[in-house]
Ligand binder design. Sequence first.
Ligand SMILES: Cc1ncc(COP(=O)(O)O)c(C=O)c1O
Length: 403
Amino acid sequence: MTALLEASSPHVMNTYGRLPIALSHGQGCRVWDINGKSYLDALAGIAVNTLGHNHPKLVPALQDQIAKIIHSCNYYHVPNQERLAAKLVELSGMTNVFFCSTGLEANEAALKLARKFGHDKGIERPEIVVYDKAFHGRSIATLSATGNPKVQAGFGPLVEGFIRVPLNDMEALKNATANNPNVVAVFFETIQGEGGIHPMRVEYLQQVRQLCDERDWLLMIDEVQCGMGRTGKWFAHQWAGIVPDVMPLAKGLGSGVPVGAVVAGPRAANIFQPGNHGTTFGGNPLAMRAGVETIRIIEEDGLLAHAALVGEHLRAVLTHTLAAELANGGVKEVRGQGLMIGVELAKPCNVLTQRSADAGLLISVTADSVIRLVPALIMTLAQADEVAAILCPLIKALLAESA
Ligand SMILES: Cc1ncc(COP(=O)(O)O)c(C=O)c1O
């Protein structure tokens, strides 16, 4: 099986460290591979399959849309663009939306907004504050904003105009920007995903919002991974009661159909003028229907409260089951919010992705030592228990190996 899969992609570029698994179909939080083996899915296509697999409300809606029109292009109005934009505006407290297809595109649009915001104010060399361990994508601009040297290696020269600071450190932010009239924006993920599930603290979020107001900077919050209900609120920064000026979205927005968006508040909504930005696929009828239906189903089925409840339960079970390892330091921390959970070990644990798949559970490992759990928002309490029941023995066994 392994040999077959490894030998079966001689023409696809070798850009991913793949497991020897090919998924065939899914139902809810359960997926099956082409050999019929079943897995509990705690990864959801990396925080994408918001409604799990083969959702009984989503699938007929998408089938209906595909039979009508998949793509039309932005020479014409797409009625569901306005519906989805109005909904995102209502949920975010912001005002306008630009649609694209991926997270990096949404971030690329945010970076362009920040630069033009500066140029419109007469700043010729605008600079944007970004963070250690951040991940914003793999285009040249977004990998330059990313705080991971491995992502950047081999792609220099990087785009200039970024100032990098540590997380949750107000003094560092003030010092790094002191007497710098070129700063135009602060850009971060509310909870860093790829960097290892590192949350920005509530007080820090509030203080940065205040600083951006005082200095006339844009507050740009990348909610590509932590947004769309994953933490139990529509957008993770809402736990701090703040509203950003620019918010890139993607991943969970279309429940698996590629949809990206950059949402802007009043200070950023009119920066782009006709001709400043655009994309062929962005906002196409299939993508917009997926976004509209995803939000409708999250609302109808009360999935925000559900995600908060199941996430809290899963964190509690993991914390309880790994109490000894937390006490002896083998497990450094169980952290996160809602259904965005990280379990940080004191040693690299990449081997757990394969071991866990062998045991019937799909997870990922980020930053070498952080197990990431980002299941569909429909995961049940019983399934959360099952995640812990499969995962915790694997963690204990791995930690015992080093002893
Ligand atoms: C926070 C964040 N921003 C941006 C991206 C890039 O999104 P995409 O892979 O859709 O380009 C990711 C992807 O993991 C992400 O987690």
